[in-house]
Design a protein around this ligand. Structure first.
Ligand SMILES: Cc1cc2nc3c(=O)[nH]c(=O)nc-3n(C[C@H](O)[C@H](O)[C@H](O)COP(=O)(O)OP(=O)(O)OC[C@H]3O[C@@H](n4cnc5c(N)ncnc54)[C@H](O)[C@@H]3O)c2cc1C
Length: 425
């Protein structure tokens, strides 16, 4: 397939040979690492090549806005697999090299170093990138997005020591996590977003307020609902943000965290079906033969709901990386996990399982205390639990997932009663 080397950063041959083509994985995130590991665990001994455009071996992102940013976790916490693993398992890592073209008919991938690879099966694990909104002043020095290890390292340097005015544009999970970490490091954070209550798109006003109140206690200023009318600066460097509600917020650092968009360019140019990401079956097969997609970029048919869902979460990167690898090997594999994610903000630890799309129309039932910030919230639709979230209460995820997957009708009075075991509902 290529002049295989397990040393990160080495190039690929310019003369692909379809005869010995192996598995090619495009992308250098958690999905890619998990897929490579699964291919080897499942006994595949042929060539495996990961094409990763960042100059890093594959890493996971959740610590970037939490422990790694706060200086509590080191680089090892970012690595699902060590550099040694790739060498020992004969997986070729092409770091700092982008896949620039995919030809599903010829079974080839063109690379940014003007070489190409041939493949037997290819996995698109290209993830997602921060959404860019052309706010006036967005190009000023001091305005950032946040996705990569490099972004986290740059922000760690700016936040450490404290005393900075940080303006966050975006009131979703990433914005709230970075706001918490920046505040803990002694900075003054002002946060704006389009909702009345942060996180309300994901979990509703009542539960979003629990997180907002914790942030307020720590000194985070919310300007809601509001967007940025103009990012203002002097001599090319940011000094303040004028909100659409007429508030001027002083700013040394502005972070734009307004969601992500899936990296679909390669798939689109290759003629694959695009539908809020790369559309795939429950086995993660794209519309092209021998081409699979997984992780943040893939919009997969979920067998439980009969609807497409694109998950932008850590657990999905792992689960879908495994399923994709098995599908590439011709095994019968289906991505039918109940979606799961987690967040940590100040002393609030949270886990969520369920189908967010169904939860939008559901009744929320709380067991525990919102005031004490120790509770489990359930989303109940037509008598059935479709999602559940535990905050500062642990070891209940399996029971929550069992309730969701059972599809059984529940008694909401019992559901709200902490004395009734979840298994008995
Ligand atoms: C700061 C932060 C915190 C997060 N915290 C949480 C959390 O607490 N809980 C949770 O559940 N989820 C969290 N997430 C989400 C989670 O990290 C993602 O769902 C996960 O990273 C998806 O993995 P992926 O491998 O599919 O995509 P990515 O991690 O985006 O990796 C894709 C990689 O492919 C590369 N690539 C793209 N195109 C090409 C190409 N053409 N050629 C080569 N390489 C290419 C990209 O540069 C990138 O390196 C967080 C995300 C961020 C950014």
């Amino acid at each position: 397939m290529n002049e295989s080397s397990s040393t990160p950063g080495t190039g690929a041959s310019s003369t692909p040979s379809p005869a010995d083509a192996g598995m090619v994985i495009i992308g250098g995130g958690l999905t890619a690492a998990t897929a490579a590991e699964t291919l080897r665990k499942e006994g595949f001994t042929g060539p495996v090549t990961i094409v990763a455009d960042e100059a890093e071996i594959p890493y996971q992102r959740p610590p970037l806005s939490k422990g790694f940013l706060a200086g509590k976790e080191d680089e090892d916490a970012l690595l699902p697999l060590s550099a040694k693993w790739y060498q020992e398992n004969n997986v070729t890592l092409l770091t700092g090299i982008a896949a620039t073209a995919l030809d599903p008919r010829a079974h080839t991938v063109g690379l940014s170093n003007d070489t190409s690879l041939s493949y037997a099966k290819v996995l698109l694990a290209t993830g997602a990138a921060p959404r860019h909104i052309p706010f006036p002043g967005v190009d000023l020095k001091g305005v950032h997005t946040f996705r990569t290890k490099a972004d986290s390292l740059a922000m760690k340097e700016l936040f450490t020591g404290g005393g900075k005015n940080v303006v966050m544009i975006g009131s979703g999970w990433i914005g709230m996590e970075i706001a918490a970490t920046a505040t803990e490091l002694g900075n003054k954070v002002a946060l704006m977003g389009l909702e009345d209550v942060p996180l309300s798109v994901a979990i509703g006003n009542e539960l979003g307020t629990v997180f907002a109140n914790r942030h307020k206690e720590a000194g985070v200023q919310f300007v809601l609902p509001a967007s940025a009318a103009e990012i203002q600066g002097t001599d090319g460097t940011v000094t303040s943000v004028l909100t659409t509600t007429g508030v001027t917020l002083p700013a040394d650092i502005v972070i734009v965290a307004v969601g992500v968009v899936p990296n679909i360019a390669l798939a689109k140019d290759a003629g694959l079906t695009i539908n809020n990401g790369v559309e795939v079956t429950a086995s993660l097969q794209t519309s092209a033969t021998d081409v699979f997609a997984a992780g943040d970029v893939a919009n997969a048919m979920h067998p439980a709901t009969g609807a497409y869902a694109r998950s932008e979460h850590w657990a999905n990167a792992i689960a879908s990386g495994k399923v994709a690898a098995k599908s590439m090997l011709g095994q019968t594999a289906v991505l039918d996990d109940i979606p799961y994610f987690y967040t940590d903000q100040f002393d609030l630890g949270m886990e969520y399982s369920g189908f967010g799309a169904l939860a939008k129309d559901a009744e929320i039932v709380v067991r525990g205390s919102l005031e004490k910030r120790e509770f489990v919230a359930f989303w109940v639709l037509e008598g059935r639990v479709v999602a559940g979230m535990n905050v500062n209460i642990w070891d209940v995820q399996e029971a929550i997932k069992a309730l969701i997957s059972s599809g059984r009708t529940v008694d909401t009075t019992k559901l709200a009663d902490p004395e009734t075991p979840l298994e008995d509902i």
